[in-house]
Design a protein around this ligand. Structure first.
Ligand code: ADP
Ligand code: MG
Length: 260
């Protein structure tokens, strides 16, 4: 059973697609306030891992606990109903590479939709909070704009604010800056850095090595579906233990020197 001080406990999760074993016995825990950055080559299973955490993919084996509550299983091994799954997913905010904003809703409506419709919270209260969140990500003046009118960096900041509007216990990011033009990456990383400093609990898949080194409390290195290293960022980048991680770090060393 998971300790309740752990926000997230991933215990022995495995997942295969046909013959392809994408995750093999992945285990790790995330404490409240931690920022865990998941690094690894393309195809190593990072996205699948995030999707297994909120059961967008159903793991073949293993368990996931959020604040001690098992995700996907509601007692005596019974798989949750869609309704139960939706409820537990509202406690896990997800930020995607491609934003996934609702195009027919304004920025403010994008933030308010789920808290009002799914969480059934009061519109006035949700609105006040949504405006505060927009201000936090520097987009208060865009509240009435539609997503199509925003830059990629602005869209992603709305995506982050929208995830926060649900007051999640845990935030998952899947390469939130990978789809952005290079000059727009910084504004998104700045928002994420603030969240890390505030002590939000986050699992972030990223290729932004300088960000990971500075903002992460811990690095998880995934290779071919296995966690082969887990370490504090300074240690991971200065002295990777495995050959695979060494190669990975070297390949990105130029990025780290060239970009903040
Ligand atoms: P990463 O995010 O690290 O690049 P992914 O988790 O997206 O890796 O993918 C890991 C492996 O799983 C890849 O070989 C990919 O082709 C495969 N995969 C991912 N999703 C599916 C799926 N829905 N069906 C079949 N294969 C998949
Ligand atoms: Mg991926």
């Amino acid at each position: 059973m998971a300790e309740v001080s752990k926000v997230l406990d991933v215990a022995g999760v495995s997942k295969r697609f046909g013959d392809n074993e994408v995750l093999s016995d992945v285990s790790f825990q995330v404490d409240k306030g931690e920022t865990v950055c998941v690094l690894g080559p393309s195809g190593s299973g990072k996205s699948t891992l995030l999707r297994c955490i909120n059961w967008l993919e159903r793991p073949d084996a293993g368990q996931v606990y959020l604040n001690g509550l098992q995700v996907g299983i509601s007692g005596a091994g019974i798989v949750m109903t869609d309704r139960e799954l939706s409820r537990i997913r509202t406690r896990i905010g997800m930020v995607f590479q491609h934003f996934a904003l609702w195009p027919h809703l304004t920025v403010l409506q994008n933030l308010m939709e789920a808290p009002v419709q799914v969480q059934r919270r009061s519109k006035a209260e949700v609105r006040d909070e949504a405006l505060a969140l927009l201000s936090k990500v520097g987009l208060l003046e865009k509240q009435k704009a539609f997503p199509a009118k925003l830059s990629g960096g602005q869209k992603q900041r709305v995506g982050i604010a929208r995830a926060l509007a649900m007051k999640p216990d845990l935030l998952l990011f899947d390469e939130p800056t990978s789809a952005l033009d290079p000059e727009l990456v910084g504004e998104v990383l700045l928002v994420m850095r603030d969240l890390a400093r505030e002590g939000r609990t986050m699992v972030i898949v990223t290729h932004e090595m300088a960000f990971a080194r500075e903002a992460a409390t811990r690095i998880l290195f995934l290779d071919r579906g296995r966690v082969i290293e887990t370490a504090a960022p300074d240690r991971f980048f200065a002295q990777p233990e495995t050959e695979r991680a060494r190669q990975f770090v070297q390949r990105y060393a130029g990025d780290m020197a060239g970009r903040q």
